[in-house]
Design a protein around this ligand. Structure first.
Ligand SMILES: C[C@H](O)[C@H](O)[C@H]1CNC2=NC(N)=NC(=O)C2=N1
Length: 99
């Protein structure tokens, strides 16, 4: 596994997305929309994601609209996608799946 903070190649991004079926590539961002059962469930998901984001010092952009939460990932300091983004995407999937 190369350095997590290095920009990913196009091939590496496409390969990662094969394992992240709920995510789409929007330019230099990975994006996932999650529709939860309730607003409080949406906030629970956001709080759990916030916990891992703090632990890993890697923070997604989060858009909360009632029960719908949109996560967007990029490594701002690198100006694009790195392994930190694909790893966090998988962790966000796990949190949503566990609700
Ligand atoms: C100083 C601190 O380590 C940096 O600002 C961290 C915080 N969280 C971050 N989150 C994301 N998504 N990209 C970054 O480059 C980043 N940098």
């Amino acid at each position: 596994m190369g350095d997590m903070a290095e920009l990913l190649s196009e091939d590496a991004i496409n390969e990662a997305l094969e394992h992240l079926p709920d995510w789409t590539r929007e330019g230099e961002l990975l994006e996932r929309t999650a529709k939860l059962e309730s607003f409080s469930q949406a906030i629970q998901v956001v709080n759990r994601v916030a916990e891992i984001a703090e632990n890993e010092n890697h923070h997604p952009d989060i858009d909360i609209r009632w029960r719908t939460v949109i996560f967007r990932l990029s490594t701002h300091s690198e100006g694009g996608l790195t392994g930190k983004d694909t790893a966090m995407a998988a962790e966000i999937d796990g949190i949503i799946a566990a609700m």
